[in-house]
Design a protein around this ligand. Structure first.
Ligand code: ASP
Length: 319
């Protein structure tokens, strides 16, 4: 089994074997999630603290449920109401929490790199639940599991990632993961929403949906990340929908069995047609949410195994 990591800070440090190990275990947890008994005790006796410095619905709920299903003591901090508002720094907050001896710390932060920094100050496993526009590793892993289940494989697929690539940590983590697993990736969107230097990632770039979606197996839509835009990146939402919003007509450029994905939260009528998003023959958006719990269970289980092993090695030395 390959997964020799202390933290899950991004997809970048993972090997294809690490990704496969995690997805295989997540597949087992997905089955367990559909059965009558959803609990196991992989995290029994461990404490999981969730610190979300940015709003979250799916990710926070999903991490909470994942920890509870594995038997951890789970606490979610409402960081909006925390001492951060009174001027405490991220590191001071981390040190305070560290004194409570958590075993797993799940962190979302608006600044790229903040979660990495924090991981260097605490002595527990840290999971990145999204840092700025940098990475959102569990999202890319749940997307990968969803694709693998729908397509029967996770390699040699043509995958289009569409919309606001420039501001999206979801796009970044997916580009890295899907590239490592040897897929062909196309980025589709207006040039104003393409990050500079993206060509280095070995992707193809399109500014037309008709060309970008031609014969793809997977269409992954992204939200317009208004909170990270500081100017006029698009002429208007109407115009954007007309050119880049996914509807049945544009989906017809893709393969007839192409699946439709979206990480949520969705802006219906801006980046995706509401009816298409709900069409279970094409859309796997609900499955993505379900796989989110399974992937987070697998990630925390693997990190907890490494944490326990490291502590077992350390103990006799300290005695
Ligand atoms: N929920 C995802 C994220 O936190 C995608 C989004 O917000 O658009 O990055």
């Amino acid at each position: 089994m390959s997964f020799a990591h202390t933290h899950l800070l991004g997809i970048e440090p993972l090997s294809p074997a690490d990704i496969t190990t995690l997805l295989d275990l997540a597949g087992q947890y997905a089955e367990q999630g559909r059965s009558a008994v959803k609990h196991s005790d992989a995290l029994a006796g461990l404490t999981q603290i969730n610190m979300f410095f940015e709003n979250s619905t799916r990710t926070q709920a999903s991490f909470e449920l994942a920890g509870k299903r594995l038997g951890a003591d789970v606490m979610s901090m409402g960081m909006q109401a925390s001492s951060i508002k009174k001027g405490e720094t991220l590191i001071d907050t981390a040190m305070t929490l560290n004194a409570m001896h958590p075993d797993l710390l799940v962190v979302r932060h608006p600044h790229s790199g903040a979660v990495d920094l924090l991981s260097q100050k605490v002595n527990c496993a840290v999971l990145n639940a999204g840092d700025g526009r940098h990475e959102h590793p569990t999202q890319a892993l749940l997307d990968a599991l969803t694709i693998r289940r729908a397509k029967g494989r996770l390699h040699r697929l043509n995958i289009a990632i569409c919309g606001d690539i420039a501001h999206s940590r979801v796009a970044r983590s997916n580009i890295i993961l899907l590239g490592k697993m040897e897929n062909r990736i196309r980025l589709v969107g207006p040039p104003t929403l393409m990050p500079s230097g993206i060509g280095e990632f070995g992707v193809e770039i399109y500014d037309s949906m008709a060309e970008g979606l031609k014969d793809v197996d997977v269409v992954m839509m992204l939200r317009l990340q208004r909170e990270r835009m500081d100017g006029g990146f698009i002429p208007s939402e109407r115009e954007y929908y007309h050119r880049y919003g996914l509807d049945a007509e544009k989906l017809a450029y893709a393969k007839p069995d192409a699946i439709v994905m979206h990480p949520g939260p969705m802006n219906r009528g801006v980046e995706i047609d509401g009816e298409l998003a709900d069409d279970l023959r094409r859309s796997v958006i609900r499955e993505q949410v379900e796989m989110g719990v399974a992937v987070r269970m697998a990630a925390m289980d693997l990190l907890a195994r490494n944490l326990r092993a490291a502590r077992a090695v350390k103990r006799p030395v300290m005695a």
